[in-house]
Write a protein that binds this ligand. Structure first.
Ligand SMILES: Cc1ncc(COP(=O)(O)O)c(C=O)c1O
Length: 377
């Protein structure tokens, strides 16, 4: 019998938001973690051209695996062979393939709480045990080497996420090195979700494979490359493990979409447009970090990366789902309730996603300021 998998509450709020929009209400979508921009223009042009020419059969793009291997050399100084790169339909199947190929049902996989909802749900769906490590503001909601060293018994694996969802916080390089060391000593295999790499405002995003060559690395075109609906991502596996990971990925999911692979290859060189998005997120982050404390939301972890702000609303509510729904119905600003990311403390947190335009962020601030003020913010 499979284990229970929880619903995604931000989706139910988004459904309400779309219903309100259909009634003519103006809605600002800050509930989902996806760029409101499309794929880079050059990638779209490449997709148009290839549609007329190719049959779009099952395919793994050798130019793309080679380009991703080069990305590791250029960005992190890591020597990676193209055979180590397994293309997937986004980070989600990459995570499934990483876990299924590395761990047995019943084994324990540690992860930070708060964390991305799918981590615990995928681990459970695969019959493994999700071991959530409570990470509070004192550790910027992130895993530490110390927490992993103290966990008894040692789990079989750990999912590391830096920058993280829902907080955007980055684990500093010395802490990543310490985490790698503890995992080596205790025999804990690392799966590192690096989907928010490329989106950093403070500090550096380092690849976990720099510290631990046996780590499995998950990445995607959904965030920095602004191609969420194209469904393209990858898994980087150590050379010896790559055939096994590939066998899992191919049996479970066959290949990644051919059209997306053509577009993704071009997107990897569309730096100028993509860095433009980053500049917008940076401006949005600054606007929100300035405005939220004035609304009474003082307990926030300034995000180092990604495009989220995780805010403590414990002085206002103990029911983040009802709170976010009220905010949405009253102001048209859709946000995500903390319970999606933290089943224990999430009733007193909410997440803002700022992957929208700066004018939308300014509009959201203008709508939310009187709303929070009316609640004593
Ligand atoms: C931390 C994290 N990992 C993975 C995913 C899944 O992304 P993909 O669209 O690549 O499947 C998301 C999506 O929001 C995410 O936030």
């Amino acid at each position: 019998m499979s284990q229970e998998v929880e619903p995604f509450h931000a989706i139910s709020l988004s459904r309400i938001a779309h219903g309100l929009k259909a009634q003519g209400r103006s809605i600002l979508h800050m509930e989902f973690g996806q760029p409101s921009t499309g794929a880079p223009a050059k990638a779209i042009a490449a997709a148009h051209a290839v549609l007329d020419r190719e049959a779009m059969g099952y395919w793994e793009s050798a130019p793309l695996t080679a380009r991703i291997a080069r990305h590791y050399a250029e960005t992190y100084g890591l020597e990676v062979a193209p055979e180590q790169v397994v293309l997937t339909c986004g980070a989600s199947p990459a995570l499934v393939a990483a876990l299924a190929s590395s761990f047995k049902p019943g084994e324990a996989i540690a992860m930070a709480r708060p964390g991305y909802v799918a981590y615990r749900n995928v681990v459970r769906a695969l019959g493994m045990q999700a071991v959530e490590i409570a990470c509070d503001a004192s550790v910027r909601f992130q895993l530490t080497a110390r927490a992993l060293a103290e966990l008894e018994p040692a789990p079989a694996g750990v999912i590391v996420a830096s920058p993280a969802n829902p907080t955007g916080t980055i684990i500093p390089p010395d802490e990543l090195a310490a985490i790698a060391k503890v995992c080596r000593e205790r025999g804990i295999r690392i799966v590192s979700d690096e989907i928010y790499h490329g989106l950093a405002y403070e500090g550096a995003t380092r690849c976990l494979a720099e510290f631990e060559p046996t780590a499995l690395i998950v990445n995607s075109f959904s965030k920095y490359f602004s191609m969420a609906g194209w469904r393209l991502g990858w898994l980087l596996a150590p050379l010896a493990q790559a055939p096994r990971v590939r066998a899992y990925a191919e049996n479970l999911f066959l290949t990644a979409p051919s059209l997306a692979q053509h577009a993704g290859l071009v997107a990897m060189d569309a730096r100028e447009e993509l860095e433009g998005h980053l500049a917008v997120y940076r401006a949005n982050r600054e606007r929100l970090l300035a405005a939220l404390p004035a609304m009474g939301l003082r307990s926030i972890a300034p995000p180092d990366g990604a495009f989220y702000i995780w805010a403590d609303i414990g002085h206002l509510t103990n029911d983040s789902l009802a709170f976010c729904e009220r905010l949405l119905r009253d102001t048209g600003v859709a946000t995500a309730p903390g319970i999606d990311f933290d089943p224990v403390e999430g009733r007193r947190f909410m997440r803002f996603s700022f992957a929208v335009s700066t004018s939308e962020v300014e509009d959201a601030i203008a709508r939310m300021t009187p709303w929070f003020a009316a609640r004593g913010g």
